[in-house]
Design a protein around this ligand. Structure first.
Ligand code: SAH
Length: 207
């Protein structure tokens, strides 16, 4: 099993990203350093090991795969776009190679998270931020709070106060917040020294 945040970041950096991302679905992967940071915080809080975890809008699987590597009891990967599944499967295979372990404690489901109704102990999600469709992250927030007592959810920092109000209305409580910088790779011309970053917040919610 993975023993440090750095080891986790190295493992996650080897995973493949979306091959043909669909802008309408806001298919931006969580950067490996950022994913390792969030997963390690969650791990330290006892929210990963031996927990049943669901990765909502899993994409190529970085969050759920990190959870498997940290000793989750089980992980359910849910994604609306079946085109991502070959890469997800490759990434799980890569996890097995890197950790010399075989994982049979996961499930992959194609579907809309809005129609999903199986509870778990923890939900991890980096939903669409709503840059294409305003508030596209809100159905994710509703569903996650409905189905799990602990949720880690990433959003644009600028929407935080709006989101915290929604969380409170839904009977949830923000217990922790982590400010993150998402590097937007491949969006800048080569040889530019500053990588463009967007300010993101990850909220830990209990309900
Ligand atoms: N969790 C991955 C991907 C984030 S991008 C990561 O952290 O790298 C958001 C993902 O949510 C995309 O793969 C997109 O296809 C998926 N998605 C968007 N709307 C969805 C919905 N309603 N139900 C399930 N998945 C959805």
């Amino acid at each position: 099993m993975i023993g440090s945040k750095q080891e986790l970041a190295v493992l996650l950096s080897k995973l493949k990203a979306f091959e043909n991302p669909d802008p309408a679905l806001e298919q931006y992967p969580t950067d490996s350093e950022v994913a390792a940071q969030v997963l390690w915080e969650a791990h330290m809080k006892g929210d990963i090991e031996h927990r049943t975890i669901t990765d909502f809008g899993c994409g190529t699987g970085v969050l759920g795969i990190g959870a498997l590597a940290l000793g989750a009891k089980s992980v359910v990967f849910i994604e609306i776009d079946p085109r991502v599944f070959p890469t997800l499967m490759e990434n799980i295979y890569l996890l097995e190679q890197e950790t010399s372990e075989k994982y049979s404690n996961y499930q992959i489901i194609q579907g809309n998270i809005e129609a999903y109704d199986v509870p778990s102990q923890v939900i991890l999600q980096n939903p669409p931020f709503g840059t294409k469709k305003e508030h596209a992250d809100i159905p994710f927030l509703h569903k996650a709070i409905e189905l799990a007592p602990v949720v880690y959810t990433m959003h644009k920092l600028s929407t935080e106060s709006f989101l915290v109000e929604r969380v409170n209305e839904l009977g949830g409580r923000v217990t922790d917040r982590y400010e993150l910088k998402f590097p937007l790779k491949n969006t800048m011309p080569q040889h530019t020294r500053d990588i463009e970053r967007i300010d993101v917040v990850c909220l830990r919610i209990e309900s």
